[in-house]
Design a protein around this ligand. Structure first.
Ligand SMILES: [Zn+2]
Ligand SMILES: [Zn+2]
Length: 349
């Protein structure tokens, strides 16, 4: 089968011919119909997160070559002998945030924090290939109302967004600010926030295209931070109180500094984007306003299942752009590096 693999940090992926894996035990082989292209893939390819390398962040570098791609939807092609409740050709979306099941984090259901993670497309071969081997059938979820292209990005963008909204602890009547609202995660965050019934959703981004995407996704307000005075606008939209939650899909020097000042008392700032910046907040302000600052990384299997059910039942249509086959994967990564995309790009291996 064909697979787009990373051989060397900083180089483009190359299309290789590799063996089709054979599933054993609880493993399933999925025929990949659609794979989402995530900004993390750019980080893995470049070996850098902002100013940091994986070593600098205390992560293990993956062993290369590695087939990237962790947003995967497809059909069950083959199953190991211990798989039950699934049949061939069933449409599924794959949860790539797997743990080895043995550490404390796995045992409390937070497998995405596993000490020895076994993540598809990150620590083991992923979905930029015709087939992918999923280590355990509990990580596939059947889909009914979603196309493969719509389902694939949910595996990372969807679960990350859903967990981030949960972490923001929104209450009825609250206002949520979404920073980077026009991108792949941003538009999904707007849609999911709306489906969860969040009262006021404010999106902020920096291009007309992104502002249009924010409005199309259903935000109550969309602010172009280049053209408008976003601080003033947001404070006036919230009657001078500020927002109760911020979800920051950049978490860069520019956004962290500016938007953390707009939190209302008891507000929560959730950092998702990995642009790499120092959090700089006066402790007296944080204490007197009882502010909470959190990082969040993807989500657990419960978040994954809840999010897929929510998206299917509320008929959320993720904003996806079909770019082409496996041979287009480097182009798609390039588009992300140049910040040229709104919505989520998908390829069809
Ligand atoms: Zn991702
Ligand atoms: Zn674990």
């Amino acid at each position: 089968m064909k697979a787009a693999r990373l051989h060397e940090i900083g180089k483009n992926l190359s299309i290789d011919d590799v063996e089709i894996p054979v599933p054993k035990g609880r493993q399933v082989l999925v025929r990949v119909k659609s794979a989402g292209v995530c900004h993390s893939d750019v980080h893995y390819k470049d070996g850098r997160w902002g100013d940091f390398t994986p070593q600098g962040l205390g992560f293990k570098s993956p062993s290369l070559p590695l087939t990237l791609g962790h947003e995967i939807a497809g059909e069950i092609a083959e199953m190991g002998e211990d798989v039950t409740g699934l049949s061939k050709n069933v449409a599924v979306v794959v949860n790539p945030w797997e743990g080895e099941g043995l550490c404390d984090y796995c045992s409390i259901g937070e497998e995405q924090m596993c000490d020895n993670p076994t993540r598809l497309g990150i620590t083991r071969d992923g979905g930029y290939a015709e087939y992918v081997l999923v280590p355990d059938f509990r990580y596939v979820k059947t889909i009914k109302n979603l196309s493969f292209d719509e389902a694939a990005p949910l595996a990372c963008a969807g679960v990350t967004t859903y967990r981030a909204i949960k972490e923001a602890s929104m209450e009825p009547g609250n206002a949520l600010l979404i920073v980077g609202s026009g991108g792949g995660l941003g538009t999904l965050a707007v849609q999911i926030s709306k489906a969860l019934g969040i009262t006021t959703i404010i999106g902020v981004d920096i291009s007309d295209k992104a502002i249009k995407a924010t409005k199309d996704a259903g935000a109550d307000y969309a602010i172009n931070a280049i053209e408008e005075n976003a601080d003033k606008e947001i404070m006036s939209l919230t009657n001078g109180n500020g927002v109760n939650g911020v979800i920051d899909f950049n978490s860069s020097d520019k956004t962290l500094g500016a938007y953390s000042k707009l939190l209302a008392k008891l507000g929560t700032y959730v950092m998702v984007g990995q642009f790499g910046a120092e959090l700089n907040i006066n402790s007296i302000v944080a204490i007197r306003k009882s502010l909470r600052f959190k990082g969040t990384y993807t989500g657990n299997h419960r978040n994954f299942v809840e999010m897929i059910n929510l998206v299917e039942n509320k008929h959320i249509k993720p904003d996806v752009r079909y770019v082409g086959g496996l041979d287009k994967v480097n182009e798609a990564l390039e588009n992300l590096s140049n910040l040229k995309v709104t919505g989520r790009q998908v390829i069809r291996p």
